[in-house]
Design a protein around this ligand. Sequence first.
Ligand SMILES: Cc1ncc(COP(=O)(O)O)c(C=O)c1O
Length: 492
Amino acid sequence: MDRLKKALVYDRASHPERTNATPERIFEVLTNVLAGKADQHIKELKTFLPSLRAPVTAEQADRVIAYLDDARLSKEALNRITEQLELSEIATAEAIELHHQFKIPVSHPEEDIIPVKGDGCWIMDTKGKWYLDTDSNYSATNLGMANEEIAKGLYNQASTLISMKEDRIQIARSRFLKEIHTMMPEGLTQFYWQNSGGEAVDKALKIAKAYTGTTKVIAFKNGFHGRTHGAVAVTWNEKYRKPFGLHNLDWVHFAEFNNIESVKQLVNETGAKIIILEMVQGEEAGNRPATQEFVDALWALAKEKGLVIIDDEVQAGFGRTAVKEGDWFACMSYNVVPDIMVIGKSFGGGYPVTAVVTKKEISQAMKYGYDGSTFGGNPMAMTAALIATRQMRELNITGNVVKRSKQLMAGLKAIEQKYPMVSDAHGRGLMVALSLGSAENVAKVQKRLAELGVKASLSTGPYLRFLPPTIISKGEVNFLLENLLQAIDELD
Ligand SMILES: Cc1ncc(COP(=O)(O)O)c(C=O)c1O
């Protein structure tokens, strides 16, 4: 009951991040755990908890505890009630209302699952239901939805030195620098840290412009690079660019992906020296890998014409697209080294940290004062990155991706064979997709999957995309495939 008390009235010494529980949440949790049997209890509790959203007082909490003590609930039920209150003291309905009331509506809110806890590839929502995660927060939580080692490291770092501006040398970064180079493509030794992928893409463009002394950039149709001004400018979908006047820029030109003639033509027409691409096009193309022929031809063209290639591996990096063990980045799986690489997402195991990485010669084009960042590469970010990348190596993530990718692709191909509605199962590593014929079918299958315990919220038109955590196990891939089969079967 002491634990329940702390879940109702927050204990500042152990959980300064919390507030007191609301009656609305207490009633929700009772319903989650006791289903129909909760109604009578809620009726009784309402006699002394009249206001749904006012956090309970210590005295009200004592009365709730006394009531539940008398109610002869099983130990198991009480434990579940306590755990769910610990995870959220705010009810689902209030969380959704707060979001709509106070958030600038830049993106479509996902209201079906309000996550409160992760365990490996699994995620639990405010209703106490567990789901297999198949999108890893757009590939940011590749090591799972919670991480004790990172938590400990961040706690230690925050208790000693929580932040330090980018230009000051600091030890957390030194520790990281001593280890990270083992994962990098040959020759990419110079780092510049940022806080988001878009920001790092922006800085990569600045570095390429400084190095080449030119401004024209060739990007690709169906490419996606983020939402900052520079990143949007080189992102294909006009709906992301037009509202901000970034659709008719004289310095950005879009070539056909996997079509070297289109690149050659644009290089000749524009004289551009900078190329930016995703080696596996994600968001906008539905996880479409470059062909080896295209990559080889692009690198040959770059050599011939002195072009600088920026490889955006924000999503594809850190083993996500591995084809063989040791392919930490997509470029390694294609046996090429870009001039500049952008990395992010799972870099910090879920903690925000990104970077531009380049060759020494290119890095020297940036002079003191050309750029700066208050938070870039701060001690918390470097600590998370050190621990996350160490774990990736210890867990042999690339080895796991190779095995699980084969298993997943074989399963998707089998589904494709069975149902005429399904086609074009494709991907690289654990960045995969299949077409269900229409966006409506995708929405229906996603909804059914959620009921079956699979969180699968990624899509591109008729494509259902999957980016499961790179730690996913054989059993979990089977769970995904079995439920996908059922959801599609019911739709067929
Ligand atoms: C390839 C690629 N580049 C850049 C970004 C932008 O990253 P962020 O959302 O961290 O700004 C994304 C995000 O999805 C991405 O997929």
